[in-house]
Design a protein around this ligand. Structure first.
Ligand SMILES: NC(=O)c1ccc[n+]([C@@H]2O[C@H](COP(=O)([O-])OP(=O)(O)OC[C@H]3O[C@@H](n4cnc5c(N)ncnc54)[C@H](OP(=O)(O)O)[C@@H]3O)[C@@H](O)[C@H]2O)c1
Length: 320
């Protein structure tokens, strides 16, 4: 099968596309014929091996997992002996290993059926970004109906789902993005939009929950715009070789120690029940995917370079 692989850590230049063996299928595995895969900052971290501490998991000297991609949508090709819910021919989306390829393996509990009313590209985009958004808002931000939520980085992968999910939870939503994305985030349901090229979201208003995909504001500024019992949820932060996004997380946890405001950080967890929630919302039109660009597998490196700019509008997708 054809796959995009990286044998060593580096920039997108180290990605090669070529023939490799199809992955083998264990008893509880599902083999998916990939129709689309989404690009996430996670893939970029795995590709570059940064921040350096990720190598404790991804491989000290070189990547253990050579085929990139963890978000998939496709058609079940074969299943292992212990798989009970899914069978050949089922259309699915969810989390997989090595999704930038013609075939990828996934555990059954990481996949759900794809709604018939959306494309494979739209379905592939959902998993990591929407899991991060829903868990950040609901589980870590404990957002409640009527609360005021600010999404910093509202135009990206996590942000476009977060705006819609915050609306779904009944919040009043302020989205922060640049000028070219103002209409798009408004169209996703944002009640207010702050264009960061001309305005500063840390003045004038107080928020109950700040979901921060960017991590570009200091703690004093964040405290200024957070309600006295508000929660700052750190999702992302600056790139960097040693600590990377963890820099903002460490600063926030330390900076919010005193006082009634909280700061939390987390890594999104696999959750079949959340995938089922997304399936339902996608089916009834309450959640939709914004796709920036779809790249052929041969251009997987270009897809990663695009993500690297930090200005994707919604999701970047790769198709084999
Ligand atoms: N903790 C976790 O489990 C977890 C999971 C997933 C992702 N993450 C992290 O969350 C972050 C966001 O991920 P993502 O997939 O949404 O990334 P992404 O799609 O690459 O985000 C790109 C978006 O960031 C916006 N942006 C760039 N600079 C901005 C600024 N100064 N102010 C406001 N918005 C700005 C851009 O909007 P404009 O073009 O309008 O500037 C663009 O739409 C990343 O750091 C990622 O590593 C964490």
């Amino acid at each position: 099968m054809r796959a995009a692989t990286a044998d060593r850590y580096g920039s997108p230049d180290v990605i090669t596309v070529g023939e490799i063996d199809r992955p083998s299928v264990g008893p509880d595995d599902v083999l998916v014929a990939v129709r689309a895969a989404a690009v996430n900052p996670y893939d970029w971290h795995m590709l570059t091996g940064t921040p350096l501490f990720v190598r404790a998991v991804s491989g000290l000297r070189r990547p253990k997992q050579k085929v990139l991609g963890v978000d998939v949508a496709g058609v079940v090709e074969a299943v292992g002996a212990d798989v009970t819910d899914l069978g050949a021919g089922d259309e699915v989306f969810g989390g997989a290993v090595g999704a930038f390829a013609e075939y990828a393996v996934a555990k059954e509990d990481r996949l759900v059926r794809k709604p018939a009313n959306i494309t494979f590209e739209e379905a592939a985009a959902v998993t990591v970004a929407a899991l991060t958004a829903v868990q950040g808002l609901r589980d870590h931000g404990t957002v409640e109906r009527g609360q005021h939520v600010l999404v910093n980085g509202a135009a990206g992968g996590v942000g476009t789902y977060a705006v819609q999910l915050a609306e779904y939870f009944g919040a009043e939503v302020t989205a922060v993005c640049s000028t070219r994305n103002v209409d798009m985030v408004r169209d996703l349901g944002a009640d207010h939009v702050v264009d960061y090229t001309s305005d500063d979201f840390t003045v004038d208003r107080e928020y109950d929950v700040i979901l921060d995909n960017i991590g570009n504001r200091n703690i004093a500024q964040l405290k200024r715009c957070l309600a006295p019992t508000g929660t700052y949820v750190v999702i992302g932060g600056p790139k960097g070789r040693v600590l990377g996004p963890a820099t903002q997380m460490i600063k926030a946890i330390a900076g919010f120690k005193i006082g009634s405001r909280r700061a939390v950080s987390f890594t999104a967890q696999r959750s079949r029940s959340d995938l089922e929630l997304f399936r339902e919302l996608l089916e009834n039109g309450e959640l939709r995917t914004v796709i920036d660009t779809v790249y052929p597998l041969e251009d997987a490196a270009e897809a990663l370079r695009h993500l690297e700019t930090g200005h994707a509008r919604g999701k970047i997708v790769v198709i084999p």
